[in-house]
Design a protein around this ligand. Structure first.
Ligand SMILES: NC(=O)c1ccc[n+]([C@@H]2O[C@H](COP(=O)([O-])OP(=O)(O)OC[C@H]3O[C@@H](n4cnc5c(N)ncnc54)[C@H](O)[C@@H]3O)[C@@H](O)[C@H]2O)c1
Ligand SMILES: [Zn+2]
Length: 702
């Protein structure tokens, strides 16, 4: 263990406070009160982690068939999140039928079998599946029950000093049950324990969380929040005045953002498997405190404790030496070593009926001074894994303050990860969309064709970085896409493609936010129209700066990221060219010749990119008037002037009639071709041009 260089005070636990509002609660029905309590608890991340925990109430209902009164257990359904759930997120089950299930229970090996009986207890044809925690709620004789996994509670539950601390804090009001994986058996053990300890107000579940109860929804809420606050205050007392994890041996690196941008695409490139990974980086205070601490390597190797944490973060994180991050051979060796470690864990723990081994790449990668990197095939899962590892760090900090941190037993962890019922759920999931796991950067992403292309890629599951000179427009487009596709999959950055530093910064941001790059759509563009004698040097240069040099700068900055994907099927560059790159245009020589330069650049890059698995192709649009901002400006008037027509409706008609197919060309038409060239469907095409112009004989490519 290294000698600490600094001893900053440990990050304290957040202490929750009740947010119960009596006036709001007064208007609610019993079921709505359960929902209100659940949402209050679940939306406070000091109370429970995302998706963790469940709440219940045993309510009086009327049987829809017989009209008789029935006691019905309302309990959070499988897979929901108590913070954001609605009433339809609860499973509803006949309480007497649930109690009657015990006659089918033959002992601890029958937990899986018991899950199969739950649907038979459904009340009122409710299709919401009951979770495996349902027996915990049904077998306890209390009306209102909360079960949550807050960091401060798990810290007690996962420490060698946890049982003693529980007795010290609550003086016997709260009981303690040793670790048992969730299921019917835990429900029976809990019921028997409570029966044997009359008057207790809750039970700590070792390695897991807490379950507690009360007679009313409000009292139950206050009780849960109060117990968490007790635990947090107790731990804060123990942590006060001392550094966490033995003190700091590696200080937060001031260059960590740049280091993250450099590291993520390289790790991602090495994480070969059936699907591409997306990465999330966080340098929140806990990550820097933990990774830079004296106890870091010892604790990281132990893995996480609570099943929620474990399922999200895998058996253990991968740790990297910050001094060797630029060494590709070192990174490759570490990833391979991790996969070997995971395969060995699988081999040690597997049972005859275990599902086949899943992806062996690490989910969590920790670098002292730099932070926590998390990888998954979808962005939300990657981000949540980072949040869960932050929870796990809090747990370790608290657990070590009162004893030794105890991680989940390996065989138990395996049992949860490879649980047969979970495997069945995975098998039923629909195949992912074709672009899931892919990252695209679209220049001019705030414009007509750029935004349409970004939307097309996102519709198939891609993550997109919108890079545009117009920051306000890019932000507006981003916000719209965030509503449509989710906030995790889209980002925007102000970037003028004529500025070398801004271009580099955009690709760095893309690497840092999503983990790398698979697709570049070089699209940012302008249009200008002037007779040769009226073409100023300034106008000439402006066209070449954006359309020729801009395509060059973006391709050059994309290259090192795109190359990293060679072993995973390669990557794709799509240039949005122009009909005028192929067909000569009178009165637009600066624009048309700059577009021709870009199109030839694409062919040169196709040649150079092939050995690296990078394909480069071009879409040539023509007369995309609707939705294009180019056609809002002077270009419209100038082109109308050139053709001697009115710049209003007549212009669209003019272009439609000029086309061979007599059809309008829309941004979505260009997007479709760009999408195809970006996708695996065109895996055998490079150095090509596709004209999307409703037919123009002058632009036929030969
Ligand atoms: N619309 C057409 O008829 C047509 C025809 C042929 C080719 N194209 C090409 O399609 C591409 C997209 O055009 P559009 O019709 O969507 O136009 P648009 O004006 O709607 O979009 C272009 C986007 O690029 C951005 N941009 C301009 N200069 C930039 C710079 N230096 N750095 C970063 N961003 C910059 C703009 O802010 C805008 O958001 C352009 O390359 C254009 O030349 C369009
Ligand atoms: Zn739980």
């Amino acid at each position: 263990m290294q000698t600490p260089i600094a001893a900053p005070a440990a990050t304290p636990f957040a202490v929750p406070a009740s947010r119960w509002d009596a006036a709001t609660a007064a208007k609610l029905s019993p079921a709505e009160l359960l929902l209100y309590r659940s949402n209050l608890l679940g939306s406070d991340l000091t109370v429970t982690n995302f998706g963790g925990g469940n709440t219940s109430a045993k309510l009086a209902e009327v049987d829809p068939l017989t009209g008789d009164p029935a006691e019905v257990l309302w309990v959070k359904g499988s897979g929901g999140d108590i913070g954001s759930m609605k009433l339809d997120g609860f499973a509803t089950l006949y309480q007497d039928k649930l109690l009657g299930l015990e006659k089918h229970y033959g002992g601890p090996n029958e937990d899986d079998k018991m899950v199969g009986y739950l649907p038979h207890c459904t009340f009122n044809l409710n299709s919401r599946a009951a979770s495996i925690d349902t027996p915990l709620h049904s077998l306890l004789p209390f009306v209102h029950i909360d079960h949550v996994h807050p960091d401060a509670i798990i810290a007690l539950a996962a420490s060698s000093g946890g049982e003693a601390a529980t007795a010290e804090i609550w003086g016997g009001r709260i009981g303690w049950l040793p670790w048992k994986r969730p299921g019917y058996t835990l429900g029976v053990q809990l019921r028997d324990y409570v029966a044997a300890n009359p008057g207790i107000e809750g039970v700590m579940l070792a390695g897991h969380g807490i379950i507690c109860w009360a007679d009313t929804a409000e009292a139950c809420h206050e009780h849960t929040v109060g117990l968490i606050a007790d635990a947090a205050n107790y731990l804060n007392g123990k942590l006060a005045g001392k550094p966490a994890f033995g003190g700091q041996v590696v200080a937060p690196n001031p260059d960590r953002a740049a280091m993250a941008a450099n590291l993520m695409p390289r790790l991602r490139g090495l994480m070969t498997g059936s699907r591409r990974k997306l990465g999330h980086w966080s340098d929140h205070a806990e990550a820097l405190e933990f990774t830079g601490s004296a106890e870091f390597e010892r604790l990281a190797a132990l893995g996480t404790s609570c099943p929620d944490h474990f399922l999200r973060t895998k058996i253990a994180p991968l740790t990297l030496d910050p001094a060797r991050l630029r060494d590709d051979a070192y990174l490759a060796e570490r990833i391979v070593a991790y996969r070997d470690l995971y395969a060995a864990y699988y081999a040690r723990c597997k049972q005859p009926n275990s599902p086949a081994m899943r992806d062996a790449n690490p989910v969590v990668v920790l670098v002292p001074g730099v932070g926590c990197f998390t990888f998954s095939t979808d962005m939300t899962t990657a981000r949540l894994a980072g949040e869960f590892y932050g929870n796990a760090i809090n747990v370790m900090r608290g657990a070590e303050a009162i004893g030794d941190y105890i991680a989940l037993d390996e065989q138990e962890a395996f049992g949860i990860e490879y649980w047969l019922l979970e495997e069945a759920k995975l098998q039923r999931m629909p195949a992912p969309k074709p672009m899931v796991g892919r990252i695209a950067l679209v220049t001019g992403g705030a414009g007509g064709i750029g935004a349409a292309t970004a939307a097309r890629l996102m519709r198939e599951g891609a993550c997109v970085m919108l890079a545009d000179r117009d920051a306000a427009a890019a932000e507006e487009v981003r916000a719209g896409f965030a509503r449509q596709f989710g906030k995790d999959v889209v980002s925007a950055i102000a970037c003028d493609v004529t500025d070398e530093a801004q271009v580099q910064a955009a690709f760095d941001a893309c690497a840092r936010e999503f983990g790398g790059l698979d697709i570049l759509v070089a699209n940012a563009g302008i249009a200008s129209s002037a007779a040769i004698e009226d073409t100023t040097l300034e106008l000439w240069n402006r066209n070449y700066d954006v359309l020729a040099q801009g395509y060059f700068l973006t391709s050059r900055a994309a290259w090192p990221l795109l190359k990293r994907m060679k072993d995973q099927g390669g990557s794709s560059v799509v240039f949005i060219g122009s009909k005028n790159a192929v067909a000569a245009a009178a009165g637009a020589s600066a624009y048309a010749s700059a577009k021709a330069a870009a199109n030839h650049l694409a062919r040169c890059l196709a040649l150079e990119g092939a050995p690296e698995g990078i394909r480069v192709n071009v879409v040539n649009p023509d007369a995309v008037i609707k939705g294009s901002k180019i056609w809002d400006g002077d270009w419209r008037k100038e082109r109308a002037g050139t053709h001697g027509i009115d710049p209003g409706k007549e212009l669209e008609e003019h272009y439609r009639n000029r086309s061979m197919l007599k059809r309008d060309v829309l941004p979505e038409d260009i997007a479709e071709a760009a999408y195809w060239l970006a996708s695996e469907q065109s895996a055998k095409s490079t150095g090509n041009m596709i004209n999307v112009d409703a037919g123009n004989a002058q632009a036929f490519v030969r």
